[in-house]
Design a protein around this ligand. Structure first.
Ligand code: SF4
Length: 195
């Protein structure tokens, strides 16, 4: 794809209204990409705060994620180095137990096309069950915890991660090995990928 075609692709995604009828508000796709990005953050879908601010991970989850990666804000939001591509680009709304899943139309319509262009990526963070289902397919384990626990199996490119949301504080308490064993290795790889 030429640079012009890549810019057109981004424009088309920004103008997308494919699943507008299912969204609680007008579509406002949130993502950050460039063809030189070395790190890819494959997340779920923006929450309401991110929908408002239009800043990916511009909330408490972002603070924790940057800490996990050992990245400052400037690097994290440098599209030339870090791509942020959730499974659904628009806020899907809230259900009884938190935010609804990413709209499935989004990945079907856009994901493959965009990922094909991100050929400089060295490390992909696969955050949450929907991103795991897409990126790992049959290699995903029965549960998110089992998949994250098996992080060594997906090396060197892919990192299964729990969502950094404060909602996951209990998960993090129950699984101290994640901070102790996985995060130091992840930070090392992120640093090496950005050199
Ligand atoms: S969630 Fe994705 S498919 Fe739906 S309107 Fe937004 S960009 Fe389009």
């Amino acid at each position: 794809m030429t640079p012009v075609a890549f810019a057109d692709l981004q424009r088309n995604v920004r103008a997308c209204t494919l699943c507008a009828d299912h969204l609680p508000q007008s579509p406002r796709p949130v993502f950050q990409i460039s063809r030189t990005a070395r790190i890819l953050i494959a997340g779920q879908a923006p929450g309401s705060k991110v929908h408002e601010s239009w800043i990916p991970f511009g909330d408490a989850s972002g603070l924790r994620l940057r800490d996990w990666l050992g990245l400052d804000r400037e690097t994290f939001y440098d599209a030339k180095r870090v791509a942020i591509l959730p499974m659904g680009f628009c806020y899907p709304g809230t259900g009884k137990s938190g935010d609804l899943p990413p709209r499935p139309e989004c990945a079907t319509a856009w994901r493959e096309k965009i990922l094909r262009e991100l050929s400089a990526v060295k490390v992909t963070l696969v955050i949450g069950q929907y991103a795991m289902a897409w990126h790992f397919g049959p290699r995903a384990k029965a549960t998110l915890t089992e998949t994250v626990q098996a992080w060594r199996e997906y090396q060197p490119m892919l990192w299964p991660m729990p969502h950094p949301s404060p909602r996951n504080n209990i998960w993090l308490k129950k699984n101290p090995w994640f901070k102790r064993d996985a995060l130091p290795e992840l930070r090392k790889q992120v640093k090496a990928a950005l050199v």
